[in-house]
Write a protein that binds this ligand. Structure first.
Ligand code: FES
Ligand SMILES: [Fe+2]
Length: 456
């Protein structure tokens, strides 16, 4: 606490109680270096989906912070996440984006590792090393792994709680994302490759935007005029076209104490399927059937329609378009965005095709909506770097003190705050978590913002 009573965290850079955040957290090289240590080296990070590596021996490259990792399924079917880095001199032991192998051969001096990470061959072990190299000590560096409904997360830090504890009350919203359109936990299939592109802005701009920035809708005004929705009608969201919104609690925004954030809306009782794919009877029938099954299976809870959210720190998911994106840090001034998108594995090809075209129109480097966002983030980042500009904090005060806890139903997961209009409570929750992790020295267990508040 400072003298005035405000809670200031993250080295005095994040003032949650006044909704003021220093621009330095987006542009300072020193803060960025701390983030890699204090946030990325101990958070659970998304690295891939099981459908990308269905068979024993399959691997796909992932990324954690700035570093390349191998996500693989070994010969016994077990998942691993290895640092893609040779223990001898650091060369990448795997230079292919994906494939199938039982061994990883380092191209530099030819050390060989098994698909379970063991160092199994070293040239000149006898004549060069005189049999004095203990190969058991020099296997690949391995992260902790957790697969949650097929979504693979990894973490370097033993002191971080298990993934489900880390997810905490956000579980309700991420479960909703993981469910197929019919409300079951069936199989998703990552279709095609991974969208990868670089953006000239700090990684936090994307993460906080997806966390709950409904306020920026005016910047998508032109996109709203064209046909982006999966059904090929005006609008850009799945829920614009597959639901008849007779009455909606609009823009309910929810946060949980872990600093993960979700967005969505809660339909009132009398909502129904709105026919939208009449030109494509196979697609129309499939969506209508899923919709009915979901209502039957989930009952009252089927009224919740998630839009997406951000799992702290850098994983943002979008419901409907069903993408899973990561804002990888690539220096303070650059983000390398990776995004996969998923389709229900058992859906007819016609449905998969409709969804594939939808995501290409909507998100990624070719997506019209994301192009608007990237332009905003690029200039906003420039605005965080200026000598004069950096003397003035960013404003995150919208809705401060007007958060409504627990409203409007008691079954929405967790310690929920919801507003029926726009608010920046989600961004404040995100930065409260960021500050809590940045305030925790290496080696200590990180605390949630709610724990810090309670202690104060
Ligand atoms: S760097 Fe890999 S064997 Fe030398
Ligand atoms: Fe946007």
């Amino acid at each position: 606490m400072r003298d005035g009573g405000e809670r200031i965290h993250g080295g005095g850079l994040v003032d949650i109680d006044r909704g003021l955040i220093s621009r330095d957290i987006f542009s300072s090289q020193a803060i960025y270096a701390d983030e890699l240590e204090r946030v990325f080296a101990r958070a659970w990070l998304f690295v891939g989906h099981e459908s990308q590596i269905p068979e024993p021996g399959d691997f796909v490259l992932g990324r954690m912070g700035e570093e390349s990792v191998i996500v693989n399924r070994d010969r016994d079917g077990r998942l691993h996440v290895f640092l893609n880095n040779c223990r001898h001199r650091g060369m990448r032991v795997c230079r292919y984006d994906h494939g199938n192998t039982r061994k990883f051969y380092c191209p530099y001096h030819a050390w060989v590792y098994s698909d379970q990470g063991a160092l199994i061959a070293v040239p000149k072990l006898e004549s060069g090393y005189h049999n004095e190299l203990d190969r058991d000590e020099w296997g690949l560096i391995e992260a902790r792994v957790s697969s949650y409904h097929g979504f693979i997360f990894a973490c370097w830090d033993e002191a971080t709680p298990d993934f489900e504890t880390y997810l905490g009350d956000h579980r309700f919203y991420f479960d909703d994302y993981c469910e197929l359109p019919d409300g079951t936990f069936g199989d998703w299939e990552a279709l095609g490759g991974i969208f990868k592109w670089r953006m000239p802005n700090n990684w936090k701009f994307g993460a906080e935007n997806f966390a709950g920035d409904y306020y920026h809708n005016p910047s998508h005004a032109s996109v709203d005029q064209v046909v982006l929705s999966p059904a090929g009608v005006k609008g850009r969201h799945t829920y614009d076209t597959v639901t008849r919104k007779r009455e909606v609690h609009k823009l309910n925004i929810c946060i949980t104490p872990e600093g993960h954030t979700a967005r969505g809306e809660l339909f009132k009782d009398d909502y129904d399927y709105m026919p939208t794919y009449q030109e494509m009877p196979v697609v129309e029938d499939w969506f209508r059937e899923c919709y009915a099954k979901r209502q039957e299976r989930l009952g009252e809870k089927s009224r919740w329609f998630g839009h997406g959210g951000t799992i702290f720190p850098n994983v943002s998911y979008s419901n409907g378009v069903q993408s899973m994106g990561t804002w990888h840090p690539a220096g303070p001034h650059e983000t390398e965005t990776w995004r996969i998108f998923l389709v229900p594995k058992a859906a007819p090809d016609e449905v998969k095709n409709v969804l594939r075209h939808y995501v290409i129109r909507y998100q990624g480097p070719s997506g019209l909506t994301e192009q608007d966002d990237m332009e905003n983030w690029g200039y906003a980042h420039e605005g965080a770097r200026g000598t004069i500009a950096r003397r003035h904090p960013f404003h995150y005060g919208m809705g401060l003190g007007h958060e409504r806890k627990g409203w409007p139903v008691d079954w929405l997961g967790g310690d929920v705050y919801a507003t029926e209009d726009v608010s920046e409570q989600n961004q404040r929750a995100f930065y409260a978590r960021w500050a809590a992790m940045m305030d925790t020295p290496p080696g200590a267990e990180t605390r949630r913002p709610a724990d810090i508040k309670a202690a104060e």
